[in-house]
Design a protein around this ligand. Structure first.
Ligand SMILES: [Zn+2]
Ligand SMILES: [Zn+2]
Length: 390
């Protein structure tokens, strides 16, 4: 099925301003939010679709990319590090409606304690998420890489199996606040009318149980601070800003609560001699002017090993040689970018008297003098680079 236009999804004009888009999204989010439409797949799909559209159109860079390339330009975001499930949507959702306690969403967003988990009650409190930056070299990005990430985090206490009670179940008793139910009912008023709020009991974190005899190792928290390591498998073709959500790999939850998520944000390190432009790689090669005049073969590095290229006789400065498929692979695709080798011609700066002699003899010969030194057909280097990417 073809993807629908993001503007169409939100029901706004292409030139709409940021606040108009936000308002349109807010309206849809309120109508189709899964908490208001339990077990309604259609509503959930509309909500997801609108959230995806908003994620793109609310971000200036992404919106420009979308306006220019359409959905193809967004492919990257959808395949890797996009909203792969509802929880991701909720976290972004928090961003626009959050800030200050006056959000009109508070009523039904904060049920259950965790973002988007109101329908799925868990024991204890959910552990905190961790966001880390992962610097990668262009070589690693070109091939994909498994990175071992060491984390100092709160991990489950093994002495009490994470529940915080000294002797397992016998160290627990029913919570006096909710009488073991784990939930508290509250009636509240909002602009939508009267709500019956059922939320997790604060006293026991929704488990209905409290620790009466705490585990001495973790003092009843269910967690201890420890080191763990996780392996992040980064596919080839990522770029700075892409992220990999790793479910349950961050802090353990308090008293048996589910673990938070580790968000690995990719950061591309600057390369010593390559410059990345999309999936293409730019490389500058300086040759001597006799080599440029006479022609030669030169070995150049690529992301996938050395390649020998032919410099034809009479090669001009700024000439570009394309090495097909030697660029960065497109994310989740078999296509690859190219490597562009730009030729610069070196003019010697210090010469021996013998070399000067030879050059002086050459200087006056007919083929060495440019025929037309106002030649405008030879675009300068930067214009050529621009042409390649325009
Ligand atoms: Zn313990
Ligand atoms: Zn309770």
């Amino acid at each position: 099925m073809a993807k629908r236009d993001y503007y169409e999804i939100l029901g706004v004009e292409k030139g709409s301003g940021a606040s108009e888009i936000k308002t349109a999204y807010r309206k849809m989010a309120m109508k189709y939010h899964p908490d208001k439409n339990p077990d309604d797949n259609e509503a959930e799909n509309i909500f997801k679709e609108a959230s995806e559209a908003y994620e793109v159109l609310s971000d200036e860079t992404k919106r420009a990319k979308y306006d220019h390339y359409g959905h193809d330009g967004m492919r990257m975001g959808q395949d890797f590090g996009s909203y792969s499930n509802m929880n991701d949507i909720f976290s972004a959702f928090g961003d626009i409606f959050g800030g200050g306690g006056g959000s009109i969403f508070d009523d039904f967003f904060n049920q259950g304690g965790g973002r988007g988990r109101s329908r799925q009650r868990s024991q204890g409190e959910r552990g905190a998420d961790i966001k880390i930056r992962l610097p990668l070299t262009l070589e690693e990005i070109a091939k994909g890489v498994d990175k071992n990430i060491k984390l100092k985090i709160k991990t489950k206490c093994n002495d009490c199996n994470g529940y915080g009670a000294k002797n397992g179940a016998s160290g627990m008793s029913a919570c006096p606040v909710c009488k073991g139910a784990g939930q508290v009912r509250e009636v509240s008023r909002s602009m939508f009318g009267q709500f019956v709020n059922v939320h997790a009991c604060d006293n026991c974190g929704g488990s209905g149980q409290i620790v009466s005899d705490p585990c001495p190792t973790c003092s009843g928290d269910g967690r201890i601070t420890g080191e763990t390591s996780v392996v992040a498998s980064i596919p080839a073709g990522v770029e700075s800003g892409n992220y990999l959500p790793m479910r349950g790999k961050a802090h353990a939850g308090r008293r048996g609560g589910e673990a938070g998520d580790l968000i690995v944000v990719i950061e591309e390190k600057e390369h010593d001699f390559y410059r990345r432009e999309g999936n293409n790689v730019i490389y500058h090669l300086t040759v001597s002017w006799p080599d440029a005049a006479l022609g030669t073969e030169i070995t150049v590095p690529t992301l996938f090993g050395d390649e020998t290229i032919k410099i034809s006789s009479g090669t001009q400065p700024g000439t570009m040689i394309t090495l097909r498929d030697k660029g960065v692979p497109e994310l989740n695709s078999h296509r690859k970018g190219d490597q562009f080798v730009y030729i610069n011609v070196h003019v010697p700066t210090s010469l021996s008297s013998k070399e000067k002699q030879v050059l002086k003899e050459l200087a006056d010969s007919k083929n060495v003098i440019p025929k037309d030194n106002t030649d405008s057909k030879h675009k300068d280097f930067f214009e050529k680079v621009k042409d390649v990417f325009s």
